[in-house]
Design a protein around this ligand. Structure first.
Ligand SMILES: [Zn+2]
Length: 141
């Protein structure tokens, strides 16, 4: 039985426990369906571990925005060599961060659940094509 790699599961925003079910309802840039599922459709893990859990994803999102803004600033300087106008940097950084915001929203939650949640562990026995009995795996073990 092939096991799903962690990097592939993170890139595709799969459930951190079974690496099978989708964490989000639709595509990253599909408007109107970017919400996170309440439960994993495969193993029934509750993604929002406690009320307000995803507020912590704001800190991850903040760090991602700072890194991306720094990258855009350096890239703008290297491409244009601009030393005169701050408006070019401001427009590039704000526009770039606006375009990246759906990606930040999604991957900040993925990073929070995969790397920053010590109680969430991968369960290889759930990483299977067989349908699972949802109730027996609903809560953490
Ligand atoms: Zn799952």
């Amino acid at each position: 039985m092939p096991k799903t790699s962690k990097s592939w599961a993170m890139l595709n925003a799969k459930c951190p426990r079974c690496r099978r079910g989708n964490m989000f309802e639709g595509g990253i840039y599909k408007l109107g369906s970017n919400g996170i599922n309440l439960n994993c459709p495969h193993c029934q893990m509750v993604f929002e571990i406690e009320p307000g859990y995803f507020y912590a994803a704001m800190y991850v999102s903040y760090a991602m925005n700072v890194a991306e803004g720094g990258f855009l600033w350096v890239a703008t300087f290297l491409i244009t060599g601009n030393n005169d106008s701050p408006w070019l940097y401001l427009a590039t950084i704000l526009g770039g961060l606006f375009l990246l915001s759906p990606l930040n929203f999604r991957y900040s939650r993925v990073i929070l659940l995969y790397w920053l949640s010590p109680k969430v562990h991968y369960h290889p026995e759930l990483d299977t094509d067989m349908p699972l009995d949802g109730n027996s795996y609903k809560w953490f073990r």
